[in-house]
Design a protein around this ligand. Structure first.
Ligand SMILES: Nc1nc2c(ncn2[C@@H]2O[C@H](COP(=O)(O)OP(=O)(O)O)[C@@H](O)[C@H]2O)c(=O)[nH]1
Ligand SMILES: [Mg+2]
Length: 266
């Protein structure tokens, strides 16, 4: 894994893309081992947060995976708008559930990221598409100095993603890269780790486009943002995003947020 300088707020942003996504026993030992002595974050410092909207097919699997990978130590927060049994299943699995009228992805996820008191916050979707096995590696990157670790689904091809979405995601990444002047590869991924300070210190404005905003604003403010390849699996249950209307909203968010951040620099 390559090193990067820890960029301070206001300095040039560091975006890296690593070519490996292997989690080894050594990685897990590094995350779990001897943390009091080193002052590094452990799974006890981690909150995994998500919006949940009628995800009863997937939620048990997602929460069991988090439990298994983090040895039951990570806190889980679900901001839920479901009319099915999702919130009951979440509570049965020990998650903290915040009920909210369904108002879109970003309304749920912005509440979810601002809820935890723990210093490291990881977002995911509640659809079994994201690899919870990557949590140790994400935490290790934060311990290595990253402010944001962004799961790049497109590196490995994201074959489980519908072709239209995959094309759209490549286009969003190209657009954002052009407007930021920094190459990014996956702007709409749902799996990222953040230092809590980053999510608390920035004001979030977008709804469907929140995922792109969560990458673009920290990057353009000089935080240490690193993309790391992740595997992406087929979804359990139905998507909640309308590909055409949602795609247009995301493109609009990318343009708006990039322009706002460029103006903020002057
Ligand atoms: N609470 C809440 N969660 C939502 C809402 N819209 C989407 N979600 C959740 O946000 C996550 C992302 O949505 P998803 O359908 O997976 O979008 P996709 O990955 O683009 O297909 C999932 O866990 C959804 O259940 C909403 O209006 N309210
Ligand atoms: Mg999803």
């Amino acid at each position: 894994m390559s090193d990067s300088a820890h960029a301070t707020n206001g300095s040039a942003a560091a975006v890296e893309r690593d070519e490996t996504n292997e989690t080894t026993a050594a990685d897990e030992a590094a995350v779990e081992g001897d943390t009091d002595a080193t002052g590094e974050y452990t799974f006890d410092d981690l909150s995994v947060v998500m919006g949940t909207y009628n995800e009863e097919e997937a939620i048990a699997t997602v929460l069991e995976d988090i439990d298994e990978v983090t040895d039951g130590k990570a806190e889980v927060v679900c901001v839920d708008g479901s009319s099915d049994r999702t919130p009951e299943i979440a509570r049965e699995h020990g998650a903290r559930v915040i009920e909210q009228e369904p108002q879109g992805y970003g309304v749920a996820v912005s509440e979810a990221i601002l809820t935890p008191d723990r210093p490291v916050v990881v977002t995911t979707d509640c659809d079994d598409t994201y690899p919870m096995e990557a949590l140790p590696e994400f935490l290790e990157e934060v311990n290595d100095g990253a402010d944001v670790v962004s799961g790049d689904r497109l590196y490995h091809g994201a074959e489980a993603m519908p072709a239209f979405n995959r094309f759209g995601n490549h286009a969003f990444a190209a657009l954002a890269s052009l407007l930021m002047g920094e190459r990014v590869h996956d702007t709409t991924t749902g799996m990222r780790a953040y230092r809590r300070d980053v999510v608390q210190d920035i004001g979030w404005t977008e709804n469907t486009g929140l995922s792109a905003e969560l990458l673009i604003r920290p990057l353009m403010r000089g935080y240490d943002v690193r993309e790391r390849p992740i595997r992406y699996a087929e979804r359990l249950g139905e998507t909640k995003l309308d590909p055409i209307g949602g795609g247009a909203a995301i493109a609009k968010s990318i343009v708006t947020v990039c322009l706002e951040e460029q103006l903020r620099r002057f």
